[in-house]
Design a protein around this ligand. Structure first.
Ligand code: ADP
Ligand code: ZN
Ligand code: ZN
Length: 727
């Protein structure tokens, strides 16, 4: 019998520990297993095992507690190689999260046994010639001659009947085989035609490829041809027998990038992202494991792809917040990319039209190499941007979401047969439901937020938990029927568009309309086919999309993100507005943009108007320096949470006090109630620590986490380094 040491994620605290389980068979270390822990079936990871001659009873007597057997083994073989195992340990230390959660983040969940069976491997039956010789009949001979032209043919591609093939097999001339048939998530024809790079593009490729591995930042305005640079770099490394990881921030962007990479590199490309079906994911993962592909295109988690011999890792739109994982382990993809690149002696390329302040300041300091593409391909002008002051609009007695100039411009664009993109970074129909008699607003009973009205479903929904409530007809507080819907989201605008404009047809593109697999692709394809002249969406439409007939982009309310109380909100707004503006005039016709705001003089708005990244950067860095925010320091956010408000309050202030006493060259802010104080019935206080000395921070935070994991007041502490989330 074997004693198997299984690493599990302990539900109450995040110490790395293994638990002993038994098995009659030898189990390989490095595979995942199903076990029962605290009456729950969970997945564990086999760290070690040893053979024992004792029986279960003897072991139990010796230990004084009972052992369970491993339920089942998940993986046929260990999934991670040495490099990735090492990476899991490093990541676990850097993000202060359990090793098991790092291992889990690296592995596709779809490789579990239950789905394993359901998913299975898709096989096709093929025919190969065993021995070319004389067949019994003329027809059989014809068939054999036909087969001779091919190495191997799938049964369904052979223009002869199964009966004839069976006869040939009987005579020992051919044999059948089962081969794995990979599901192909995107079938795209290979295009061999390749554009000639401009001098600037070629220059970047030459410089990067002639250098020792390092991190390069490509700052290129939208439409400056960064993608072609990526393709060319990828091709360079692949030709030299190296592999490439190409990362994109979000699922909605992946299809475009997949398309261009598949067109260029055909079957050498594997795709990894969360929207693939489990079968597809399984196939892609196996192709990678077997080193049958040379490029992986995917979102955040694709950075962990088990590919060997990496030559290049690219992060497109490197500033994007989705590169930061917001659950255990809270890593940043660029951080992981740099670690992997180091082990592989590979290049890292970060690209963006609006680099993060962290990256750009590193580039200016010479930590990264900086490349700038200042113009669009063919000197196409950047779109003309007009700022609309909404205070003025109200003075004209216009209280609708559309100012007069915006309304006029949308109508003109539609009348010309051109298309419009409209950004409103708020989904749903109405953001607040309020009683006009007593002022009561309808809130989520589990979270400190108002419920959003979703008209299509007739429901009030909480955007932070799954709570829903049918739209109330009377006030829950005073029974008045004067219920008012306040504020507007994409769903409401969608409804008003067709009333406001002649011949307008709209496609709404937000989380609610893109839930189904491929629905985002279908919506975009419909827009491309001009089935609608307006594409309305949340920040999802701001990135990556390339529609040549879009000549006008409107931003309904630029202040939504500007007003969020977070030190990154200016940076985020600048990025969002530049990105969405970049969707206009990408084809032959020139484009314009209108941005509606109550803050027309804000430096973010002014820099967006003049396409001036440098101006924004200088201004924002001044503020960061004054207020001592990253990149002028490091930052970690601690969320202290519990169902008991009292425990949270006490522990949070204890922790703040401890940190104040034990840290030097650091500033402790808080504790304060986090932006959403109660979420899913859990109370949350937040402490922000700005620091310079990483070692000291880790040491103390580890002490704190250890202490509170054993403390009788049950709080969980979430440490988030370089935090992106404001809630
Ligand atoms: P970015 O990623 O910087 O926004 P893209 O790579 O999408 O820009 O390029 C913008 C457009 O210019 C695309 O339609 C692309 O096909 C085209 N393009 C890029 N490089 C070249 C080139 N060297 N010659 C001609 N067209 C190019
Ligand atoms: Zn009321
Ligand atoms: Zn809620």
């Amino acid at each position: 019998m074997y004693i198997v040491k299984v690493l599990i994620e302990h539900p109450v605290h995040s110490l790395d520990m293994t638990f002993d389980y038994l098995s009659h068979q030898k189990i390989m270390t490095g595979v995942r297993v199903n076990i029962i822990f605290n009456h729950r079936r969970i997945v564990g990871y086999v760290e070690d095992e040893e053979y024992t001659t004792f029986t279960k009873e003897q072991l139990e007597e010796k230990a004084g507690f009972s052992f369970s057997f491993i339920e089942s083994v998940i993986d046929e073989e260990p999934l991670l190689n040495e490099e990735l195992k090492q990476l899991a340990s490093t990541l676990s230390k850097l993000t202060m999260s359990p090793r098991i959660s790092c291992l889990q983040a690296m592995l596709p969940t779809q490789l579990k046994p239950s789905t394993h069976k359901a998913v299975g491997i898709k096989y096709v039956k093929t025919v190969v010639i065993k021995e070319y010789g004389k067949a019994k009949t003329k027809k059989q001979q014809e068939c054999l001659d036909y087969l001779k032209e091919y190495q191997e043919l799938s049964l369904k591609d052979i223009p002869y009947s199964k009966a004839i093939l069976d006869k040939l097999e009987e005579q020992g001339l051919i044999c059948y085989r089962q081969v794995e048939n990979y599901r192909n998530p995107y079938i795209i024809e290979e295009k061999k035609q390749v554009v000639t790079l401009t001098k600037q593009q070629q220059n970047i490729v030459n410089q990067i490829t002639s250098k020792e591995p390092c991190v390069s930042l490509i700052h290129g305005v939208t439409g400056s041809g960064k993608t072609e640079v990526y393709l060319s770099l990828a091709s360079y490394y692949i030709q030299r027998g190296k592999n490439v990881i190409m990362l994109v921030p979000e699922i909605s962007l992946t299809p475009m990038m997949v398309k261009v990479f598949k067109e260029r590199f055909g079957e050498k490309v594997a795709i990894l992202h969360s929207r693939l079906s489990s079968g597809e994911k399984y196939d892609e993962y196996r192709k990678i494991k077997r080193q049958e592909v040379h490029i992986i295109v995917g979102a955040r988690s694709a950075i962990f792809a088990p590919i060997e011999n990496i030559g290049l890792i690219i992060l497109d739109e490197e500033h994007d917040g989705s590169y930061k994982q917001e659950s255990h382990p809270r890593y940043h993809t660029a951080q992981v990319a740099k670690i992997r690149a180091k082990s592989h002696h590979a290049h890292v390329v970060l690209g963006s039209a609006t680099p993060s302040l962290e990256s750009y300041s590193r580039a200016l300091k010479g930590v990264y190499d900086l490349y700038e593409l200042k113009e669009r391909i063919n000197q196409k002008p950047l779109p003309y941007i007009e700022i609309i002051d909404m205070v003025e609009s109200m003075k004209q007695n216009n209280y609708t979401p559309f100012s007069y100039p915006l309304r006029k411009k949308i109508q003109e664009t539609i009348d010309k047969g051109e298309q419009v993109i409209l950004l409103l970074n708020k989904r749903g129909y109405a953001s607040v439901v309020r009683c006009n008699d007593c002022g009561e607003v309808v809130k989520c009973p589990h979270c400190d937020v108002t419920l959003t009205y979703h008209k299509e479903e007739g429901q009030l929904k909480c955007h932070y938990c799954d709570y829903t409530l049918p739209l109330v007809k009377t006030c829950p507080n005073c029974q008045s029927s004067k219920i008012k819907l306040i504020g507007y989201g994409t769903e409401k605008i969608e409804e008003t568009i067709e009333k406001t404009f002649h011949h307008a047809s709209v496609i709404r593109y937000d989380v609610d309309t893109t839930r189904n697999k491929n629905s985002h692709l279908k919506l975009l394809e419909r827009f491309r086919n001009k089935e609608a002249n307006i594409l309305l969406g949340t920040q999802m439409i701001a990135k990556g999309l390339d529609f040549e007939n879009v000549t006008f982009v409107g931003v309904l309310n630029a202040d939504l993100s500007l007003n969020i109380p977070d030190y990154r909100s200016s940076e985020r707004t600048f990025q969002l507005l530049c990105q969405v503006a970049g969707r206009s005039g990408r084809g032959n016709k020139s484009g314009t943009v209108m941005i509606q705001t109550y803050n027309p003089d804000h430096y973010v708005i002014e820099a967006v108007k003049t396409h001036d990244y440098q101006a924004f950067y200088q201004e924002e860095m001044k503020y960061r320096r004054l207020a001592k925010y990253p990149p002028y320091c490091h930052m970690v956010s601690l969320i202290i949470q519990s169902k008991k408000e009292e425990d949270v309050r006490l522990c949070a202030s204890e922790i703040a006090q401890y940190l104040n006493q034990h840290l030097t060259r650091a500033q402790v802010l808080g504790p304060a109630k986090s932006m959403i104080y109660k979420m899913q019935d859990i109370y949350r206080e937040r402490i922000l620590v700005k620091f310079f000395d990483g070692r000291m921070i880790y040491e103390n935070l580890n002490k704190i986490c250890d202490y509170y994991s054993k403390n009788k007041r049950k709080v969980t502490i979430v440490c988030d380094f370089n935090p992106y989330s404001q809630i």
